[in-house]
Design a protein around this ligand. Structure first.
Ligand SMILES: C[S@@+](CC[C@H](N)C(=O)[O-])C[C@H]1O[C@@H](n2cnc3c(N)ncnc32)[C@H](O)[C@@H]1O
Length: 412
């Protein structure tokens, strides 16, 4: 029961919860608690707004609305029609819903599945508006103005409890806005940012190279971290170009629209982010050559260059075509951090080829990266053995549903 006193929940890729916890406390939350796949936290609204705009690893941020208990699926509908929906959205808003089951091991026989539960909640909202306002709001699965999340857990007085939240973000936060040209198997931006931080990369003392850079996600996130540019800077730029343009769902919610003080904080954060971006870009111009990327495929370099241009970083970050097994570190001390191919669809002979590639990485590090540090992020756990070097640390992470490893190496 206790966890529901938290007013906000920020979700993140599994394995990054501790990092997100630190981020949220650093941004000023009063208390925060790690949960699988995210962090519950309690804070002033302006801190939650900061989490939306400044967190590098969060996927979404949800605001708690209310909880209610119920006996079964039918009761879910009845209880949901008691919620004052007109205080949460306007009839003219389009909306989307997601119902998920929390910790209910083997005890959800009163519910068919999450889609059916979701349908009950949708019916409750639609019927509520029909009854009170004579019309129903519309659903929009792609670009809704309001998004609700309902989580069903075990109840106290009745068998089940629904916790209703709304999403403050809209498009997930990993969609920074620079990924305009994607190669195969790109890594999500917030996962990449988390991996760089798990590697404890220090941009002041270490250079950075991703020699399997694909569409450039690691190098772009590394540059943003080094320059302390907030991850929301491109959305903010878009917002400033078209004032009133809705880029986050919080802009539609009474949470912001009925809170003058919070609107004032938003205005301050807009100025702050603009200034931090300008300062960061200037810093990156001085850091030229310290963060680099390369890839063997011409099309990957093409895509990385498109993304760097969109990110406004093409003049500061070099990416070039080249074999990782011939790469050289950009600075005297560098971090080599890559997500080499891991063969999602292993065809005949592919496994042997991949093993040779991973062995080649280890052999090349021994020759060309003595005194540097390295990290390999891969979804093919067996391949790490082929690197043939002792890892100094391993982290378990999830790329969507795929269990992955981040292996750290100190290269002597
Ligand atoms: C899984 S993808 C990396 C995706 C990247 N992290 C992103 O976010 O777009 C692996 C990349 O390794 C590249 N690659 C494969 N063999 C290589 C080699 N020997 N040297 C350099 N790059 C190589 C592929 O062209 C591909 O772009």
């Amino acid at each position: 029961m206790k966890k529901y006193r938290f007013e906000y929940f920020a979700s993140c890729p599994n394995g990054l919860e501790e990092l997100l916890h630190t981020e949220i406390l650093t941004l000023g939350a009063k208390t925060a608690k790690v949960h699988r796949g995210g962090v519950y936290f309690e804070s002033f609204h302006e801190i939650a707004l900061k989490v939306v705009l400044y967190s590098r690893v969060a996927s979404r941020v949800f605001k708690y609305i209310q909880s209610f208990e119920m006996i079964n699926e039918k009761d879910y509908y009845l209880e949901a029609t008691e919620v004052k929906w007109e205080t949460l959205m306007d009839l003219g808003h389009t909306f989307r819903l997601t119902t998920i089951f929390g910790d209910l091991p083997g005890e959800r026989e009163e519910f068919r599945n999450s889609q059916f539960a979701n349908l009950k909640l949708k019916d409750a909202i639609v019927d509520y508006f029909r009854h009170h306002e004579g019309e129903r709001p519309s659903i929009d699965r792609d670009y809704p103005q309001v998004t609700f999340l309902a989580r069903i857990d075990r109840g106290v007085e009745k068998p089940y409890m629904c916790t209703l939240m709304y999403d403050l973000c809209g498009e997930p936060l990993h969609m920074r806005g620079y990924s305009v040209n994607r190669t195969e198997a790109p890594i999500k931006e917030n996962l990449a940012a988390g991996i760089i931080q798990l590697m404890r990369w220090n941009p002041e003392t270490e250079g950075f190279i991703d020699a399997f850079c694909g569409s450039g996600t690691f190098v772009i996130e590394a540059a943003l971290i080094a320059a302390k540019i907030p991850p929301s800077y491109l959305r903010m730029k878009k917002y400033l170009e078209k004032p009133g343009y809705h880029l986050w769902t919080f802009q539609n919610l009474p949470w912001l629209t009925e809170d003058k003080e919070l609107q004032g904080h938003f205005e301050i954060l807009i100025k702050q982010i603009t200034k931090e971006t300008e300062d960061g870009m200037a810093k990156l111009r001085d850091m030229r050559g310290r963060i680099i990327g390369s890839d063997i495929a011409e099309y990957a370099i093409h895509s990385a260059k498109d993304n760097l241009r969109k990110a406004g970083l093409d003049a500061m970050i070099d990416v070039h075509r080249g074999d990782a097994l011939e790469s050289t570190p950009p600075t005297e001390k560098s971090l080599f951090l890559s997500n080499p191919p891991y063969g999602e669809r292993l065809e005949f002979g592919e496994e042997e080829r991949l093993k040779a590639l991973y062995k080649g990485i280890g052999d090349h590090w021994k020759k060309a990266y003595k005194g540097h540090r390295a990290g390999i992020f891969t979804g093919n756990l067996a391949m790490l053995k082929s690197v043939g070097l002792k890892t100094s640390k391993k982290h378990i992470l999830f790329n969507g549903d795929i269990e992955c490893r981040l292996a750290e190496y100190d290269l002597y």
